[in-house]
Write a protein that binds this ligand. Sequence first.
Ligand code: PEP
Ligand code: MG
Length: 883
Amino acid sequence: TQWVYSFGDGKAEGEAGLKNLLGGKGANLAEMSNLGLPVPPGFTITTEVCTYYYDHGHAYPQELKDQVAKALTFVGRLTGRTFGDAANPLLVSVRSGARASMPGMMDTVLNLGLNDVTVEAVAKGAGDVRFAYDSYRRFITMYSNVVLDIGHHHFEETLDTYKDRKGYTLDTDLSADDWKALIPHYKAIVEKELGKPFPQDPHEQLWGAIGAVFGSWMNNRAIKYRELHAIPASWGTAVNVQAMVFGNMGETSATGVAFTRNPSTGEKELYGEFLINAQGEDVVAGIRTPQDITENARVASGSNKPSMERAMPDAYHELVRIYGILEKHYRDMQDMEFTVEKGKLWMLQTRNGKRTAKAALRIAVELASEGLITQEEAVTRVEPAALDQLLHPTIDPKAERKVLATGLPASPGAACGEIVFSSDDAEAAKKANRKVILVRVETSPEDIHGMHAAEGILTTRGGMTSHAAVVARGMGKPCVSGAGSIRVDYKAQTLTVAGQTLKKGDVITVDGGNGQVLLGQVKMLQPELSGEFATLMGWADKVRRMKVRANAETPLDARTARSFGAEGIGLCRTEHMFFDSDRIIAVREMILSDDEAGRRAALAKLLPMQRADFAELFTIMSGLPVTIRLLDPPLHEFLPHTEEELQEVAKAMNASPEKLKRRATELHEFNPMLGFRGVRLAIAYPEIAEMQARAIFEAAVEAARATGQPVVPEVMVPLVMTKAELDLVKARIDAMAAAVMKEAGVTIEYQVGTMIELPRAALRAGDIAQSAEFFSFGTNDLTQTALGISRDDAASFLGAYTQKGILPADPFVTIDQEGVGELITIAAERGKKTRGNIKLGICGEHGGDPASIQFCETAGLDYVSCSPYRVPIARLAAAQAAL
Ligand code: PEP
Ligand code: MG
């Protein structure tokens, strides 16, 4: 078996297509080598070795040692050096690289191969003693931390003491002799903590580092990250061993990261940061404030440090040339890592860059306009769920801003909440339903759960590519990073800025669009959808087959839904219209009356209100289909809850409170979701359905007159399990339609259909379709009844089901394809067999879930219906499902 793949000198054994085997980084290093780009030579130990390692009690395949030795020789030949050689040593970096990018999650060791002997050779070879010893102490620190598990702080304390003694403030104050003098101290730390000396044998160092990278695949933060991103543990990581190039060889050397397009806005510009005379992770770690790459960016940021374009024009132009090649080759925005060693540019990584939803949209649309990808590909390039980010509020430009500080606009959108200083506090607050802003000096992978829980994130240190910035953008959370004027005191749980001290629990607002941190709660605006949004949605609409409707009952919801492109209302839950304060008493009168006359009297009060509601909806939807569902709450929900409410109804009904109390007790249910609701209400009290039908048809006449658009109401009967139930109710609806038509002297087109939300209904769909002109799958109830899991009480145990892998996802979020999905498929088939043109839709929560929408496409549904804010997501997901 080939366990090791080498690359370098314009060719490679691997290529980009081998991502599963070589990991993302390894595959792209191979690909860049094949493209003839300047990549330091190296080799990749495959992900299969990782799998082997964990399957065999942390042992390696037999042939691995030989293959690594051969690859080291190959790298040595290309660099003209020998690993471990006393006179001309090869130094390497050792990095992880999984299939899916897991930024900062796993470990890296740089400068490997240094020891007391080789450091001298490196000093001589580079003609720079300071550089050599600076690299050596970095290596000891990093290796000790990553491989030997000795904390950073040991070395930092020693360094600080040394600096204090010498009266230095900056690391750059230390001379060659200073670093040299520190090495014995560093080695002593290792010896003390480890009980044995720092390994001097480069081969021992190398295998130690390889083992540490494989080991890091199972560390807690990697496990947590995989959990959050649904990355299987079985994928494993590869290990990349690569000849070192040095960004810390003085003022003509540098290291940096760059995106081929702006990852926040999507603008086409080389965007990124670099640090002169620095190494590897310094930029990402956010310890020093980095410099801009382009002169334009420098001017915009107002930085007084020179841009790369000015400071290193040759390397800059080489980077520009390479970025063009990479974008054309990968046909997507790239996120690149590079190092400049004594003026020469080396590429260390490229990958498709993470981006905000806003940037994803703009990049997809522009790549298509530039002809690099097709419009259909552009549609697939934007994650439907990520559109949520665009629908985030921003700060009202007219609102007063009490600016406390300004940091970097790291992730767009604005958020407001109470200050918390730890991720655990953020999580606890979220559980208690409080909105918080997580404030940290900087974040690390240990903060993922807190970032998830917070509305927004604020850090006082770190650039646009710091951990906080990258992760927040990925999550779509507003983030301001590097607000350096804020002092955080974790102990006191306060932050101080411009003479003001705020404590935990005080409210601030962060504006991720411009980097401002504001005092208090600031007025927000709903987002405006940009030009690219409309363009991409237009392309999506061209390819999708399913229609997208909204679940809406209020005029506001209906308008929002239309503005997001809804093509009708798939579910108007009329019970939501019954709770309004102007009518709840009449509703209670209706329920609590013990005879039909009493109910009819109450219904007469409700009729004009319902009619007005429906007329408004029909008017807003001007001609688009509107499905109105007959009343479907557990009756129980309408009962008066307090003594006061009871008195109120008693007065309105002229009845005794005692009698009403008795009636309320009769109506009380233990399992209301499976009780007196849905069509069962209409069977017991047909006059309610009649009133609603009258209101619907009269409203249709009224709206058609007002708008000049025909209104074709779809009357939907909920929770049906037999054709007989539907027939009884349908007869009343048809009779009412006939009556209203006669009274108004017009004909009304309408349809009567049913929800399919009980397993029996799904199985008997063939008979039910004889009466129903459409089916709408109520997957909330269908999930509840098919799985026998109460939709209201599932939260306490369902988490364990997904964590243990018993269910792949929460079945109330993503459709349970094997069970509920099969019921839908059966119902669709049987329904169509009876009535070829039966209209099929879905209106449970799943109608807005991309994975479920994919299923709906396969099941052949005609439309999905979801909450208004999910309409754009559903449009895009439906398009992707059709492709
Ligand atoms: C459903 O059950 O999926 C549905 C849409 O109805 P409701 O959520 O109102 O019960
Ligand atoms: Mg339902």
